[in-house]
Design a protein around this ligand. Structure first.
Ligand code: DAT
Ligand code: MG
Length: 149
């Protein structure tokens, strides 16, 4: 089963949108197999966003993601990466489709509320970066037979 790493970013936590954002993913049928509130330190932020190092927005991105607590989650389900990305919407909230998290709650690319892994390899790397194996819970959800054929 596919897994993806989601981060409810500092702006979303500060704005009281944790529950709203989790509900979008949960309602869609993605299963939460890991979740915690934490404050990302600079070293972890630089590793997580390593692919963007050197870009003009990089230092601002590091300041933003370390500026307040975040909620990190591992979501599981068929096509979890793509499903989560489409629920999030485009990177720039003004270009995101209405109904997506970023469109419904955001206006600027630097305050876009939520992170989701962009591919299977990134997902594996990001999950390892944020969670120890024993922090992930492999549980049977009773509703699965009504969500998954
Ligand atoms: P995504 O978060 O949709 O995967 P990304 O991986 O390209 O987008 O970029 C990571 C984050 O960096 C993104 O959520 C917001 C910020 N960012 C990306 N491009 C930016 C830009 N041109 N200006 C400012 N911030 C940017
Ligand atoms: Mg990305």
């Amino acid at each position: 089963m596919d897994r993806t790493l989601i981060i409810v970013k500092p702006d979303a936590v500060q704005r009281g949108l944790i529950g709203e954002i989790i509900a979008r993913f949960e309602g869609r049928g993605l299963k939460i197999v890991g979740m915690k509130l934490m404050q990302i330190d600079e070293a972890l932020a630089r590793r997580h966003y390593g692919v963007h190092e050197g870009k003009p927005f990089f230092e601002g991105l590091i300041r933003y993601i370390t500026s307040a607590p975040v909620v990190v989650m591992v979501l599981q389900g068929p096509g979890a990466i793509e499903a989560a990305r489409s629920t999030m919407g485009a990177t720039n909230p003004v270009q995101a489709a209405p109904g997506t998290i970023r469109a419904d709650y955001g206006l600027e690319i630097g305050r876009n509320l939520v992170h989701g892994s962009d591919g299977p390899e990134t997902a594996r790397k990001e999950i390892d970066l944020f969670f120890r194996e024993e922090e992930l819970v492999d549980w049977a959800r009773e509703a699965d037979r009504w969500i998954l054929e």
